[in-house]
Design a protein around this ligand. Structure first.
Ligand SMILES: CC(C)(COP(=O)(O)OP(=O)(O)OC[C@H]1O[C@@H](n2cnc3c(N)ncnc32)[C@H](O)[C@@H]1OP(=O)(O)O)[C@@H](O)C(=O)NCCC(=O)NCCS
Length: 280
């Protein structure tokens, strides 16, 4: 059982040091299944401009029982941690805390908001190896999606690798699609090494989401407008509901008097979700 809580400025230094520790203790992953990536170009002979290819093809083919591959697990350095700290005001970074006496942080998701294209970008997403496959990653991602929807965000993007098969399975299970490939994101020879950056995207709301029902998280489809809020009074304080403190519950918009009340409710839901998935 875990509690999901936002990562705040107050604990940023100690929390981000734990992020490094999670990477260290998890170590690299191994896999015998991955998407083999290839890229090719057909020369343009028709208009005499041979330097501009006629067509470009990137292909990803999922293959199993390949020779074992070890995937990297880079530990973020001090510069990256400083950058992550600047994201904390966006309130889309969360930690999972063991709900036992240890109160240990067992997982984290660090994300930023890019307002110009209404995208949440996930920079770090890691669950302690001993706690994987118990729904914690799911709960952290749900917390990000819930916050993203409340902030009128359209898409969540996660960078991973063609060979991180567990992560790819996780993202596909959560309705993400493989949306972009960068064949030299890490090193000039990523393609030869078959360690290629791929970008998994989830459309969480908006017009594009309505057109593509399969990519939508069902309970997050309704736009968060106070006009659609089912209650007028905050259940905690008895004060009127505020337009910036709405969330989704059972597919309906519910409201609170302020974002603290709303976030407490969201956190409680995440804890209950974890408890239910652990027991049933
Ligand atoms: C990817 C990661 C964050 C997933 O977190 P998690 O807590 O283990 O995932 P969950 O338990 O919430 O899994 C939810 C679903 O995702 C899928 N899934 C997750 N891990 C999987 C795996 N190893 N193999 C197959 N499916 C997997 C399953 O469908 C799972 O549901 P199920 O257990 O009911 O079958 C975790 O494996 C991790 O930290 N990996 C190392 C770091 C990393 O690669 N992070 C991603 C950065 S790109």
């Amino acid at each position: 059982m875990v509690k999901i809580e936002p990562i705040t400025f107050t604990d940023a230094d100690s929390d981000l040091a734990i992020l490094q520790e999670l990477h260290r203790s998890n170590g690299p992953y191994t896999t015998t299944s991955y998407y083999v990536v290839s890229a090719s170009a057909t020369p343009n002979s028709s208009d005499g401009n041979t330097s501009v290819p006629q067509s470009l093809t990137f292909q990803l083919s999922l293959k199993h029982n390949l020779p074992q591959k070890t995937g990297g697990n880079r530990i973020p350095d001090r510069t990256e941690l400083e950058l992550y700290k600047t994201f904390l005001s966006h309130s889309v970074s969360f930690k999972a805390i063991a709900a036992d006496n240890s109160s240990k942080i067992v997982a984290m998701i660090v994300a930023s908001i890019e307002l110009w294209n209404k995208t949440v970008k996930v920079w770090e997403f890691i669950v302690d190896r001993r706690h994987q496959r118990s729904g914690i990653g799911q709960n952290l991602l749900d917390a990000v999606i819930r916050t993203a929807c409340a902030k009128e965000i359209d898409r969540v993007v996660c960078e991973t690798q063609n060979n991180n098969y567990p992560a790819l399975q996780f993202y596909f299970k959560n309705g993400f699609s493989l949306d972009a490939v960068d064949t030299s994101f890490y090193h000039a020879n990523d393609l030869e090494r078959q360690d290629v950056a791929v970008f998994m995207k989830l459309k969480v709301r908006g017009k594009e989401s309505e057109e593509n029902e399969t990519a939508v998280i069902t309970s997050e489809k309704v736009p968060l407008s106070i006009d659609d809020c089912v209650n007028e009074i905050c259940p905690n304080s008895g004060k009127p509901v505020s337009a910036d403190s709405l969330t989704v519950y059972k597919g309906r918009i519910v409201g609170f008097c302020n974002s603290l009340c709303r976030d407490e409710f969201d956190n409680a839901l995440a804890v209950f979700d974890t408890a239910i998935s652990a027991k049933f």
